[in-house]
Design a protein around this ligand. Structure first.
Ligand SMILES: [Zn+2]
Length: 74
């Protein structure tokens, strides 16, 4: 694994949460489908877009105080 500098500012932390948030959402939606006789994933998938939008929104408004720019040596 490369020795990468991980920024811990609010925006970068939210950015890192995007993947897990989407996976958890998809998991919950499939779970709802399993336990519901009427609601299917086909009807629930837009929730994923809402979650992505929500995280993006938080990311855009999050503080970048203490942000560390990744340095890439050419
Ligand atoms: Zn940062």
């Amino acid at each position: 694994m490369p020795d990468e500098v991980r920024c811990t500012c609010a925006r970068c932390r939210l950015h890192g949460l995007m993947g897990p948030a989407i996976l958890i959402t998809i998991g919950v939606l499939f779970l709802i489908q399993q336990f519901s006789n009427r609601i299917t994933f086909g009807e629930l998938w837009p929730v994923i877009l809402i979650v992505i939008g929500g995280v993006k929104l938080l990311e855009a408004t999050a503080s970048t105080a203490g942000h560390v720019e990744k340095e890439k040596d050419a």
